[in-house]
Design a protein around this ligand. Sequence first.
Ligand code: AVI
Length: 320
Amino acid sequence: MSLAFTGNNEAEVIALPHPSQHELEIGLLSDAAHTSPKYLYDAVGSVLFDAICELPEYYPTRTEASIFTQYMSDIAHAIGPHSTLIDLGAGNCRKAARLFPLLHPNQYVPIDISIKYLEDAVQRLQQRFPYIEMTALGLDFSKPWTLPDEIRSDKRLFFYPGSSIGNFEPSHAHAFLRHLRSECDADGGLLIGIDLIKDHDTLHQAYDDALGVTAAFNLNVLRHINQILGSNFDVQQWRHHALFNTSHSRIEMHLEARTAQTVTWKNMHRHFLPGEKIHTENSYKYSLDKFLALLDSAGFGHAQYWTDSNNWFAVVYAKA
Ligand code: AVI
Protein backbone atom coordinates (compact mmCIF):
# COMPACT_ATOMS: atom_id res chain seq x y z
CA MET A 1 0.00 0.00 0.00
CA SER A 2 1.42 3.43 -0.85
CA LEU A 3 0.43 6.49 1.10
CA ALA A 4 0.02 9.99 -0.25
CA PHE A 5 -0.81 12.89 2.05
CA THR A 6 -2.18 15.72 -0.01
CA GLY A 7 -2.08 18.64 2.41
CA ASN A 8 -4.44 21.32 3.69
CA ASN A 9 -8.12 20.89 3.13
CA GLU A 10 -7.50 17.95 0.88
CA ALA A 11 -8.44 14.39 1.62
CA GLU A 12 -5.76 11.85 2.35
CA VAL A 13 -5.59 9.05 -0.22
CA ILE A 14 -4.23 5.59 0.44
CA ALA A 15 -3.92 3.66 -2.82
CA LEU A 16 -4.47 0.03 -3.78
CA PRO A 17 -1.70 -2.42 -4.67
CA HIS A 18 -1.61 -3.44 -8.35
CA PRO A 19 -4.22 -6.02 -9.41
CA SER A 20 -3.19 -9.65 -9.42
CA GLN A 21 -2.61 -10.93 -12.96
CA HIS A 22 -2.44 -14.50 -11.69
CA GLU A 23 -6.01 -14.43 -10.34
CA LEU A 24 -7.29 -13.19 -13.71
CA GLU A 25 -5.33 -15.81 -15.63
CA ILE A 26 -6.70 -18.65 -13.50
CA GLY A 27 -10.27 -17.50 -14.18
CA LEU A 28 -9.75 -17.03 -17.92
CA LEU A 29 -8.01 -20.37 -18.35
CA SER A 30 -10.69 -22.35 -16.44
CA ASP A 31 -13.02 -24.60 -18.46
CA ALA A 32 -15.91 -22.36 -17.37
CA ALA A 33 -14.13 -19.02 -17.85
CA HIS A 34 -14.91 -16.42 -15.21
CA THR A 35 -13.61 -13.13 -13.82
CA SER A 36 -14.25 -11.41 -10.50
CA PRO A 37 -16.83 -8.55 -10.64
CA LYS A 38 -14.13 -6.23 -9.35
CA TYR A 39 -12.74 -6.04 -12.93
CA LEU A 40 -15.91 -4.15 -13.92
CA TYR A 41 -14.54 -1.12 -12.09
CA ASP A 42 -11.74 0.73 -13.82
CA ALA A 43 -12.19 4.49 -14.45
CA VAL A 44 -14.45 3.84 -17.49
CA GLY A 45 -16.41 1.11 -15.68
CA SER A 46 -17.07 3.42 -12.72
CA VAL A 47 -18.49 6.09 -15.05
CA LEU A 48 -20.64 3.49 -16.82
CA PHE A 49 -21.90 2.23 -13.46
CA ASP A 50 -22.93 5.79 -12.54
CA ALA A 51 -24.83 5.95 -15.86
CA ILE A 52 -26.56 2.62 -15.06
CA CYS A 53 -27.77 4.13 -11.79
CA GLU A 54 -29.61 6.83 -13.80
CA LEU A 55 -31.41 4.36 -16.10
CA PRO A 56 -35.18 3.87 -15.77
CA GLU A 57 -34.70 0.08 -15.80
CA TYR A 58 -32.17 0.10 -12.95
CA TYR A 59 -34.59 0.48 -10.04
CA PRO A 60 -32.17 -0.21 -7.08
CA THR A 61 -30.58 3.26 -6.92
CA ARG A 62 -33.75 5.33 -7.04
CA THR A 63 -35.68 2.89 -4.83
CA GLU A 64 -33.00 2.97 -2.17
CA ALA A 65 -32.86 6.78 -2.44
CA SER A 66 -36.64 6.98 -1.98
CA ILE A 67 -36.38 4.91 1.22
CA PHE A 68 -33.72 7.28 2.56
CA THR A 69 -35.82 10.31 1.62
CA GLN A 70 -38.95 8.94 3.27
CA TYR A 71 -37.36 7.52 6.44
CA MET A 72 -34.19 9.55 6.92
CA SER A 73 -35.06 10.95 10.32
CA ASP A 74 -36.16 7.49 11.60
CA ILE A 75 -32.96 5.98 10.25
CA ALA A 76 -30.80 8.73 11.80
CA HIS A 77 -32.62 8.28 15.10
CA ALA A 78 -32.06 4.50 15.06
CA ILE A 79 -28.37 4.99 14.34
CA GLY A 80 -27.68 7.73 16.89
CA PRO A 81 -24.36 9.59 17.02
CA HIS A 82 -21.42 8.10 15.14
CA SER A 83 -18.04 9.72 14.71
CA THR A 84 -16.61 7.75 11.78
CA LEU A 85 -18.59 6.96 8.64
CA ILE A 86 -16.93 4.22 6.58
CA ASP A 87 -18.37 4.10 3.07
CA LEU A 88 -17.78 0.69 1.46
CA GLY A 89 -17.65 0.81 -2.36
CA ALA A 90 -18.07 4.59 -2.22
CA GLY A 91 -17.79 5.33 -5.97
CA ASN A 92 -18.81 8.98 -6.44
CA CYS A 93 -19.52 9.36 -2.65
CA ARG A 94 -22.95 10.93 -3.37
CA LYS A 95 -24.98 8.51 -1.24
CA ALA A 96 -22.86 9.10 1.87
CA ALA A 97 -22.79 12.87 1.32
CA ARG A 98 -26.57 12.89 1.68
CA LEU A 99 -26.16 11.41 5.17
CA PHE A 100 -23.69 14.05 6.44
CA PRO A 101 -26.29 16.66 7.47
CA LEU A 102 -28.13 14.05 9.57
CA LEU A 103 -25.35 11.92 10.95
CA HIS A 104 -22.70 14.67 11.45
CA PRO A 105 -19.63 12.41 11.19
CA ASN A 106 -16.25 13.82 12.31
CA GLN A 107 -14.44 11.51 9.99
CA TYR A 108 -15.42 10.12 6.57
CA VAL A 109 -13.59 7.12 5.12
CA PRO A 110 -14.68 6.27 1.56
CA ILE A 111 -13.30 2.97 0.26
CA ASP A 112 -13.35 1.75 -3.33
CA ILE A 113 -11.39 -0.50 -5.64
CA SER A 114 -11.50 2.21 -8.34
CA ILE A 115 -9.16 4.55 -6.46
CA LYS A 116 -8.56 7.17 -9.17
CA TYR A 117 -12.30 7.70 -9.59
CA LEU A 118 -12.75 7.82 -5.82
CA GLU A 119 -9.88 10.25 -5.36
CA ASP A 120 -11.46 12.84 -7.69
CA ALA A 121 -14.85 12.46 -5.99
CA VAL A 122 -13.50 12.76 -2.44
CA GLN A 123 -11.34 15.80 -3.21
CA ARG A 124 -14.46 17.61 -4.49
CA LEU A 125 -16.39 16.52 -1.39
CA GLN A 126 -13.62 17.69 0.95
CA GLN A 127 -14.01 21.22 -0.46
CA ARG A 128 -17.75 21.14 0.30
CA PHE A 129 -17.30 19.75 3.83
CA PRO A 130 -13.93 21.12 5.05
CA TYR A 131 -14.79 20.38 8.72
CA ILE A 132 -15.01 16.59 8.12
CA GLU A 133 -11.67 14.76 8.10
CA MET A 134 -11.58 12.58 4.96
CA THR A 135 -9.33 9.64 4.17
CA ALA A 136 -9.93 7.73 0.92
CA LEU A 137 -8.79 4.12 0.79
CA GLY A 138 -8.20 1.89 -2.23
CA LEU A 139 -9.14 -1.60 -1.06
CA ASP A 140 -10.09 -4.88 -2.70
CA PHE A 141 -12.80 -6.49 -0.55
CA SER A 142 -12.28 -9.87 -2.19
CA LYS A 143 -8.91 -10.04 -0.36
CA PRO A 144 -8.34 -10.01 3.43
CA TRP A 145 -8.38 -6.38 4.59
CA THR A 146 -8.29 -4.33 7.74
CA LEU A 147 -8.59 -0.61 8.37
CA PRO A 148 -5.38 1.36 8.94
CA ASP A 149 -4.73 2.48 12.56
CA GLU A 150 -5.38 6.14 11.78
CA ILE A 151 -9.06 5.38 11.21
CA ARG A 152 -10.57 6.18 14.59
CA SER A 153 -11.80 3.08 16.32
CA ASP A 154 -14.70 4.51 18.29
CA LYS A 155 -18.27 4.52 16.98
CA ARG A 156 -17.65 3.23 13.50
CA LEU A 157 -20.67 3.20 11.21
CA PHE A 158 -20.13 1.04 8.14
CA PHE A 159 -22.27 2.16 5.20
CA TYR A 160 -22.76 -0.38 2.42
CA PRO A 161 -25.53 0.88 0.12
CA GLY A 162 -26.72 -0.20 -3.34
CA SER A 163 -26.99 -3.90 -2.52
CA SER A 164 -23.33 -4.42 -3.33
CA ILE A 165 -23.36 -7.29 -0.81
CA GLY A 166 -25.33 -9.11 -3.56
CA ASN A 167 -22.14 -9.30 -5.64
CA PHE A 168 -20.61 -11.70 -3.09
CA GLU A 169 -21.26 -15.43 -3.07
CA PRO A 170 -23.47 -16.08 0.01
CA SER A 171 -20.61 -17.73 1.94
CA HIS A 172 -18.36 -14.73 1.16
CA ALA A 173 -21.19 -12.36 2.13
CA HIS A 174 -21.34 -14.11 5.48
CA ALA A 175 -17.57 -13.90 5.97
CA PHE A 176 -17.60 -10.24 4.89
CA LEU A 177 -20.36 -9.36 7.37
CA ARG A 178 -18.53 -11.23 10.14
CA HIS A 179 -15.43 -9.24 9.31
CA LEU A 180 -17.38 -5.96 9.45
CA ARG A 181 -18.76 -7.04 12.80
CA SER A 182 -15.24 -7.65 14.09
CA GLU A 183 -14.16 -4.19 12.82
CA CYS A 184 -17.02 -2.56 14.80
CA ASP A 185 -16.54 -1.50 18.40
CA ALA A 186 -19.40 -2.01 20.89
CA ASP A 187 -21.08 1.21 19.70
CA GLY A 188 -20.59 0.45 16.02
CA GLY A 189 -23.08 -0.61 13.40
CA LEU A 190 -23.84 -1.29 9.77
CA LEU A 191 -26.26 0.56 7.47
CA ILE A 192 -26.78 -1.58 4.39
CA GLY A 193 -28.98 -1.66 1.26
CA ILE A 194 -30.46 -4.97 0.11
CA ASP A 195 -32.09 -5.76 -3.23
CA LEU A 196 -35.09 -8.02 -2.63
CA ILE A 197 -36.47 -10.85 -4.79
CA LYS A 198 -39.06 -9.62 -7.29
CA ASP A 199 -40.61 -10.50 -10.65
CA HIS A 200 -38.07 -11.77 -13.14
CA ASP A 201 -38.87 -9.31 -15.94
CA THR A 202 -38.10 -6.33 -13.73
CA LEU A 203 -34.87 -7.99 -12.64
CA HIS A 204 -33.83 -8.93 -16.15
CA GLN A 205 -34.49 -5.47 -17.63
CA ALA A 206 -32.45 -3.86 -14.87
CA TYR A 207 -29.41 -5.83 -16.12
CA ASP A 208 -30.14 -5.64 -19.85
CA ASP A 209 -31.32 -2.08 -20.47
CA ALA A 210 -32.60 -0.78 -23.80
CA LEU A 211 -29.76 1.73 -24.29
CA GLY A 212 -27.09 -0.94 -23.84
CA VAL A 213 -25.31 0.84 -20.97
CA THR A 214 -25.10 -2.38 -18.92
CA ALA A 215 -23.83 -4.16 -22.04
CA ALA A 216 -21.05 -1.54 -22.35
CA PHE A 217 -20.30 -1.85 -18.60
CA ASN A 218 -19.93 -5.62 -18.98
CA LEU A 219 -17.91 -5.47 -22.24
CA ASN A 220 -15.55 -2.92 -20.69
CA VAL A 221 -14.19 -5.80 -18.59
CA LEU A 222 -12.39 -7.00 -21.73
CA ARG A 223 -10.67 -3.61 -22.22
CA HIS A 224 -9.71 -3.60 -18.56
CA ILE A 225 -8.28 -7.12 -18.83
CA ASN A 226 -6.32 -6.09 -21.94
CA GLN A 227 -4.78 -3.27 -19.90
CA ILE A 228 -3.85 -5.53 -16.98
CA LEU A 229 -2.62 -8.57 -18.92
CA GLY A 230 -1.63 -7.03 -22.26
CA SER A 231 -4.08 -9.46 -23.88
CA ASN A 232 -5.81 -8.92 -27.23
CA PHE A 233 -9.54 -9.38 -26.53
CA ASP A 234 -11.50 -7.82 -29.40
CA VAL A 235 -14.55 -6.27 -27.71
CA GLN A 236 -16.56 -6.41 -30.96
CA GLN A 237 -16.36 -10.19 -30.95
CA TRP A 238 -18.36 -10.43 -27.70
CA ARG A 239 -21.91 -9.75 -26.59
CA HIS A 240 -23.50 -9.04 -23.21
CA HIS A 241 -25.80 -11.68 -21.76
CA ALA A 242 -27.82 -11.36 -18.51
CA LEU A 243 -30.17 -13.93 -16.98
CA PHE A 244 -31.96 -14.59 -13.70
CA ASN A 245 -30.88 -17.91 -12.21
CA THR A 246 -33.91 -18.90 -10.11
CA SER A 247 -32.31 -21.76 -8.21
CA HIS A 248 -29.51 -19.47 -6.96
CA SER A 249 -31.73 -16.38 -6.70
CA ARG A 250 -29.21 -14.32 -8.64
CA ILE A 251 -28.79 -12.28 -11.79
CA GLU A 252 -25.81 -13.53 -13.76
CA MET A 253 -23.87 -11.44 -16.26
CA HIS A 254 -21.84 -13.18 -18.93
CA LEU A 255 -19.89 -12.21 -22.02
CA GLU A 256 -20.62 -14.50 -24.95
CA ALA A 257 -18.18 -15.07 -27.83
CA ARG A 258 -19.78 -14.14 -31.18
CA THR A 259 -17.14 -16.09 -33.12
CA ALA A 260 -14.41 -18.67 -32.56
CA GLN A 261 -11.29 -16.86 -31.43
CA THR A 262 -7.97 -17.25 -29.69
CA VAL A 263 -7.00 -14.62 -27.15
CA THR A 264 -3.29 -14.34 -26.35
CA TRP A 265 -1.15 -12.62 -23.71
CA LYS A 266 2.46 -13.09 -22.64
CA ASN A 267 3.17 -16.74 -23.43
CA MET A 268 -0.45 -17.81 -22.82
CA HIS A 269 -3.53 -18.25 -24.91
CA ARG A 270 -7.19 -19.22 -24.51
CA HIS A 271 -9.33 -20.50 -27.35
CA PHE A 272 -13.06 -19.63 -27.22
CA LEU A 273 -15.75 -21.39 -29.28
CA PRO A 274 -18.71 -19.41 -30.68
CA GLY A 275 -21.30 -19.05 -27.90
CA GLU A 276 -18.76 -19.81 -25.16
CA LYS A 277 -19.13 -17.52 -22.17
CA ILE A 278 -17.07 -15.69 -19.57
CA HIS A 279 -19.05 -15.32 -16.33
CA THR A 280 -18.38 -11.78 -15.08
CA GLU A 281 -20.82 -11.08 -12.23
CA ASN A 282 -23.47 -12.50 -9.92
CA SER A 283 -25.96 -10.21 -8.22
CA TYR A 284 -27.79 -12.14 -5.49
CA LYS A 285 -31.31 -11.10 -4.53
CA TYR A 286 -32.40 -11.80 -0.95
CA SER A 287 -35.63 -12.19 0.93
CA LEU A 288 -35.67 -9.89 3.94
CA ASP A 289 -35.91 -12.84 6.34
CA LYS A 290 -32.96 -14.56 4.79
CA PHE A 291 -30.84 -11.43 4.95
CA LEU A 292 -31.76 -10.68 8.57
CA ALA A 293 -30.80 -14.27 9.44
CA LEU A 294 -27.47 -13.77 7.67
CA LEU A 295 -26.80 -10.62 9.72
CA ASP A 296 -27.70 -12.47 12.89
CA SER A 297 -25.41 -15.39 12.09
CA ALA A 298 -22.61 -12.90 11.34
CA GLY A 299 -22.88 -11.64 14.92
CA PHE A 300 -24.87 -8.44 14.50
CA GLY A 301 -27.44 -7.81 17.20
CA HIS A 302 -30.70 -5.97 16.85
CA ALA A 303 -31.60 -4.98 13.25
CA GLN A 304 -34.19 -2.46 12.03
CA TYR A 305 -35.28 -2.12 8.43
CA TRP A 306 -37.22 0.15 6.08
CA THR A 307 -38.63 -0.80 2.66
CA ASP A 308 -40.38 0.89 -0.27
CA SER A 309 -44.07 0.36 -0.98
CA ASN A 310 -43.35 -2.38 -3.58
CA ASN A 311 -41.00 -4.23 -1.22
CA TRP A 312 -38.35 -4.12 -3.92
CA PHE A 313 -35.50 -2.90 -1.73
CA ALA A 314 -34.65 -2.67 1.96
CA VAL A 315 -32.38 -0.45 4.02
CA VAL A 316 -31.23 -2.25 7.18
CA TYR A 317 -29.45 -0.86 10.24
CA ALA A 318 -27.79 -3.55 12.33
CA LYS A 319 -26.18 -2.76 15.66
CA ALA A 320 -22.91 -4.42 16.56
C1 AVI B 1 -22.69 -2.69 -7.65
N1 AVI B 1 -23.70 -3.71 -7.78
C2 AVI B 1 -24.59 -3.72 -6.64
C3 AVI B 1 -24.44 -3.66 -9.06
C4 AVI B 1 -25.52 -4.76 -9.08
O1 AVI B 1 -26.68 -4.42 -9.31
O2 AVI B 1 -25.20 -5.93 -8.83
C5 AVI B 1 -23.51 -3.83 -10.25
C6 AVI B 1 -24.26 -3.91 -11.55
N2 AVI B 1 -24.10 -4.84 -12.44
C7 AVI B 1 -24.89 -4.60 -13.47
N3 AVI B 1 -25.58 -3.52 -13.23
C8 AVI B 1 -25.19 -3.04 -12.03
